[in-house]
Design a binder for this molecule. Structure first.
Ligand SMILES: Cc1cc2nc3c(=O)[nH]c(=O)nc-3n(C[C@H](O)[C@H](O)[C@H](O)COP(=O)(O)OP(=O)(O)OC[C@H]3O[C@@H](n4cnc5c(N)ncnc54)[C@H](O)[C@@H]3O)c2cc1C
Length: 234
């Protein structure tokens, strides 16, 4: 099925962290998308229509359509932050080639902060569909309060023993016992020892994606085993 454009009302707003919110919509029956794809959201700002891209953070196995926004304090972000249930938006979906539906048996995922949205969709899809894909996600954040979808990843790991999520914090509290600093080569070598056999997915702000790609190149992961999605605007 192809792309669709449709009017929608905000159905539910979920606060994920102190600066991240998810927005949910009814999923049209005839909309079909792949985990990891994105959509365009149009909102009205001072009577003018404005649009931006957002990953579909829901999984096709879920009965709603969701995107998840980091609140930046900028104009578009403030308009989204002010949205209430019942407010009109226009959606165009689905778009993009950064997706995973079980094509690879062994996957590595590297991201930070809001870059996790497409990977959340993929992990949820794999878990709900009971696929046997082995996935290790290395996920970096500033503090423990910044980890988006932490409860969900914890729950998914209980349901899916082939999924491993490893967190690292760049500004950890004294109690933090996990990794510190950004995702680095040593973490990949330790947590994903068979990294040369894996297909890697990395997504998020362009600087983050570039550094993850460089790290994988240094580890001599072949280029065709690296899939990436940039979120320009951060
Ligand atoms: C494929 C794809 C998927 C994406 N998925 C997601 C996602 O899942 N979640 C997500 O949060 N984002 C996602 N993005 C990024 C998203 O589209 C926006 O670019 C991003 O959220 C920044 O939006 P904003 O609301 O801060 O935008 P704007 O308000 O337009 O701000 C964008 C930039 O403009 C500048 N700017 C704007 N206003 C001012 C001002 N008053 N003063 C100074 N500078 C200003 C800033 O540099 C700012 O970073 C995705 C992008 C792509 C391409």
């Amino acid at each position: 099925m192809g792309e669709m454009e449709f009017d929608a009302e905000v159905k539910e707003i979920i606060k994920r962290t102190y600066n991240v919110k998810s927005f949910r919509f009814e999923k049209p029956r005839n909309l079909s998308y792949k985990p990891g794809q994105f959509m365009f959201i149009t909102v009205k700002i001072d009577g003018q229509e404005r649009q931006k891209h957002f990953t579909i953070s829901s999984s096709p196995t879920e009965d709603f359509l969701e995107f998840t926004k980091k609140l930046t304090g900028h104009e578009f972000s403030n308009a989204l932050d002010a949205l209430k249930e019942g407010v009109w938006v226009r959606i165009r979906a689905p778009y993009g080639f950064f997706s995973f539906e079980g094509e690879h048996d062994k996957v590595g995922m590297l991201t930070g902060g809001i870059g996790v949205t497409p990977l959340r969709s993929m992990c949820k899809y794999v878990t709900d569909s009971k696929l046997s894909t082995r996935i290790t996600l290395l996920y970096s954040n500033r503090t423990g309060q910044d980890i988006v979808f932490k409860d969900q990843f914890d729950e998914m790991q209980k349901q899916n023993r082939n999924l491993k999520v490893v967190y690292t914090l760049t500004r950890p509290s004294e109690e933090w016992e996990g990794y510190t600093g950004r995702v680095n080569k040593g973490m990949v070598e330790k947590e994903i020892p068979d990294y040369k056999d894996r297909v890697f997915y990395t997504s998020g702000p362009p600087k983050l994606v570039e550094s993850m790609e460089n790290l994988l190149k240094e580890l001599e992961v072949p280029k065709d085993q690296i899939k990436k999605e940039n979120f320009p605007g951060y």
